[in-house]
Write a new protein. Structure first.
Length: 291
């Protein structure tokens, strides 16, 4: 018998309510305040539009020192019959340890019975298995601290999409950039362009998160790495994560097939010392019209 979306969402709601009762303290579970009410409204009247995918994070204390490991959770509408997206991160882990931890987590989750709720199992696995990665990271950090010069690298990614319209997707982009301390911009419309700059591991995590589960017609066109002995903040081209919405060509009403004014976009790039990126993104040299 085929499983319905409604049945899956009912299970997701039961699971998140159980997790909220198990992690009652403020800050233990970070969940949009309208997420649960939105699902409840849909379940009362399933004729309306589907609610956004359920997304939340759980702060897990690991070891006697109670080091925080955050488990980020994104549930497809058909979870638990479709695998969830889970990502564990901690400020106490560097990129390699974080990658190894998530590889182990993914392997464990894939070994569980298909169709069963598994977020609590993932929480327990992170709690029981993160300590060796944290200890290895501490050793690596202590070794690195003995170096005479500590260098940091600013990572900047230029991402191109055929279009960016959906409010749910834009919210995900902005929330993720803010959470990872990334600056840059998101150009809404057709085409869509995203720039993020910050620490490399944070940029790569952003790229991983926004592509899931299967964002078609999106690609990372160009990456810049700039090394410095100072703070990477001195190298940022953008002071915040901006929302760009330039006037479209023509009068298209409510249709979602309009093209943004790329002349305005080129001017914006040049104002931020990035005019050369226009040709990388679009394959043509940008020229500003005479005024």
């Amino acid at each position: 018998m085929a499983v319905t979306v409604k049945e899956c969402l009912e299970l997701q709601l039961q699971e998140v309510e159980m997790l909220l009762s198990m992690f009652p303290k403020k800050g233990e579970i970070n969940l949009d305040e309208d997420a649960v009410p939105g699902m409840q409204r849909y379940l009362r009247n399933a004729d309306g539009a589907l609610p956004p995918q359920l997304e939340y994070s759980i702060a897990i204390d690991v070891g006697e020192a109670k080091v925080k490991v955050e488990l980020q959770v994104l549930l497809p509408h058909m979870y638990p019959h479709v695998a969830p997206q889970l990502f564990a991160r901690s400020n106490a882990l560097h990129r390699q340890q974080q990658l190894q931890l998530n590889t182990g987590l993914a392997s464990h989750v894939s070994s569980l019975d298909s169709g069963e709720l598994c977020v609590f199992e993932a929480v327990q696995w992170v709690k029981d298995n993160s300590l060796p990665y944290l200890e290895n990271s501490k050793i690596s950090i202590e070794s690195a601290s003995k170096a005479v010069v500590v260098k940091e690298t600013l990572h900047r990614m230029w991402i191109y999409s055929h279009h960016i319209y959906r409010q749910e997707l834009r919210k995900k982009i902005f929330d993720c950039a803010k959470k990872l301390n990334l600056t840059g911009f998101c150009l809404t419309g057709k085409p869509g362009v995203i720039c993020v700059e910050g620490l490399r591991e944070n940029c790569e995590e952003f790229w991983l998160v926004i592509r899931y589960p299967n964002w078609k017609h999106i690609s990372c066109k160009h990456v810049e790495n700039i090394e410095t002995e100072r703070s990477i903040d001195s190298l940022r081209l953008f002071h915040a994560f901006e929302d760009l919405q330039f006037q479209a060509h023509g009068d298209y009403g409510l249709r979602n097939d309009y093209h943004m004014d790329l002349g305005q976009f080129l001017e914006f790039l040049k104002q931020h010392q990035s005019g050369h990126i226009f040709q990388i993104l679009f394959g043509v040299e940008g020229k500003l019209s005479d005024k």
